[in-house]
Design a protein around this ligand. Sequence first.
Ligand SMILES: [Zn+2]
Length: 122
Amino acid sequence: MHELSLAHAIWTQVETEMGRLGGRLLGLDVVVGAFSGADAESLEFALGLMAGRSDWPGARVHLRTEPLAMACRGCGAEFEVAGTVLACPSCGSMDADPVRGTEVRLESLEVETDGGKTDTSG
Ligand SMILES: [Zn+2]
């Protein structure tokens, strides 16, 4: 049920944003980190259900998977992790912190208002 609580948290954010923006929700973009632990399909399904029960049942749910990215503590290089190799490609250090790909977040909303279409990603 992890995805359902995630979807609920995202949807709460959507409703907050819509309360601020006004207008009609056409679609939402959600980023799912490869190491977030969330299953993209289940999340998409849960968000689809919430959209269907909302004031904007026609809103489209777009999910984008984000690969895991690390920042090396040794040389500062940022690199995407493919497979299970976590070593820095610049200096070979194994000491790195994740910077992307570990969370699920709402990226942008596509909203139609009287003034036209707005995309919050700008
Ligand atoms: Zn490095």
